[in-house]
Design a protein around this ligand. Structure first.
Ligand code: PLP
Ligand code: LYS
Length: 416
């Protein structure tokens, strides 16, 4: 089911024609579908029903307060990687007891704040971090709940920039050392060992890397049991891929079924997932307007009003994102276009070699833009970031206003 559909020849977000949103709020514009967000979250939650579990949405994918609040109201947990993300979850009404804190560089103040609000678990990524957490918890007179993020050294078979579970990546604690580091953690007076964690990469379209990593972690769990260390939960991170083009990533229920098979005999072990992209990507689109059509020798450019500062995935990873017209059967110049933005960089494109029929002024929608879209946007070239709209049935809410020029130099000062 898709909540971004053509009806009577024009694109809708749920029950709202996106052309109306462009007219009311301008472009570039991010548009999210509440029903899609909820459906994706339930797909994970239902897949694990009957087994103790917690879905901790990875907010780096999309951290708009309304987005988080919708998930908080479903009872979601959250995976965060900074104090900024922590504060966002709290402001959005998230339960601190359902927050897991990942990231390789947690600062003293971040750790202190997380302990103060009582998060569920730190996913610890190094021995020095473990010492730091132990010390701060001691100073505060509390025990810090932790998992170790284990780097299982498996190939996630995804883009090298978004692969995180190989031993040459900066993430996690080496599988070889894991048992020893758990013993160390277990002896620390202000640490409470709760779980085992891993996250091997993003946009995985096959199950085998997840299952290989799980096998390795289950061996570790048995070793820890021999050492008298009881593990309460297994956090397998995020990473489940989505369909941008013709990928066929596994559904959450297939993934969960394969895992639950492996967890037979461990019914008390809580499972945790940290999906980001799988919840957010296809819950959003980005709308953009064609400013100019330009022919240069045998190249045809559709120059649009959204650039790499608004949506950086194509420029950064050469990610392929689907670009569709807002009017289903447009009239205009049919060509193979490079869809490029206004930013002064050669890598500023949204898509290359796209068959489109275009006129100047047409609206295009970039699909699957709900994840790592707005959250990775910037003000490069002193451009205001787009507004964000949440559609809920026939209603459309402005959940973030378009930036205005004054926002761009707020906090800047002249010298004497
Ligand atoms: C620790 C951690 N958890 C969860 C995620 C979410 O990943 P994804 O959006 O691929 O589900 C990430 C990002 O890759 C991550 O680094
Ligand atoms: N930002 C990346 C994914 C990285 C995930 C963060 N660990 C993307 O757009 O595909």
């Amino acid at each position: 089911m898709d909540y971004f559909n053509y009806k009577d020849g024009q694109l809708f977000a749920e029950d709202v024609p996106v052309i109306d949103l462009a007219a009311r709020f301008g472009t570039p514009l991010y548009i999210y579908s509440r029903a899609t967000i909820e459906r994706h979250w339930h797909a994970f939650n239902d897949a694990l029903s009957g087994h103790p579990h917690l879905i901790c949405y990875a907010i780096k994918a999309n951290s708009n307060l309304a987005f988080l609040n919708i998930l908080a109201r479903l009872g979601s947990g959250f995976d965060i990687v900074s104090q900024g993300e922590l504060e966002r979850v709290l402001v959005a009404g998230g339960d601190p007891a359902k927050i897991v804190f990942s990231g390789v560089a947690k600062s003293v103040s971040e750790i202190r704040r997380a302990l103060e609000v009582g998060i569920r678990c730190f996913n610890v990524e190094s021995i020095p971090e473990l010492h730091r957490i132990n010390q701060i918890a001691g100073e505060m007179g509390v025990k810090a709940p932790i998992s170790l993020r284990i780097n299982p050294d498996v190939d996630a078979k995804t883009h090298p920039y978004i692969s995180t579970g190989l031993k040459e990546n900066k993430f996690g604690i080496s599988y070889q050392k894991a048992r020893e580091v758990y013993r160390l953690a277990n002896e620390m007076p202000n640490i409470e060992v709760r779980g085992v964690d891993c996250h091997i990469g993003s946009q995985l379209t096959e199950l085998s890397p997840f299952l290989d990593a799980t096998d390795r972690l289950l061996v570790l769990l048995d070793q820890l049991k021999e050492d008298g260390i009881e593990i309460h939960h297994l956090d397998l991170g995020g990473g489940l891929g989505v369909r941008y083009d013709d990928e066929t990533p596994p559904e959450p229920k297939e993934y969960a079924a394969a895992l639950l098979q492996k967890l037979k005999g461990r019914e008390g072990l809580e499972l945790c997932f940290e999906p980001g992209r799988a919840i957010a990507a296809n819950a959003g689109i980005m709308l953009t307007t064609v400013e100019y059509l330009k022919d240069q020798d045998d190249h045809h450019f559709a120059i649009v009003d959204a650039g790499m500062n608004d949506l950086i995935r194509p420029a950064l990873y050469e990610a392929w994102m689907k670009i569709i017209p807002v009017i289903e059967k447009p009239t205009g110049q049919h060509q193979t276009y490079d869809v490029v933005g206004p930013v002064c960089e050669t890598s500023d494109f949204l898509g290359k070699n796209r068959e489109l029929t275009l006129n100047q002024g047409d609206l295009l929608a970039v699909r699957s833009a709900g994840a790592y879209g707005f959250t990775m946007s910037s003000n490069y070239n002193t451009r205001c970031r787009p507004a964000e709209i949440m559609v809920d049935g026939a209603q459309a809410y402005v959940v973030r206003e378009r930036e205005i020029f004054e926002d761009l130099w707020r906090g800047e000062h002249l010298v004497k």
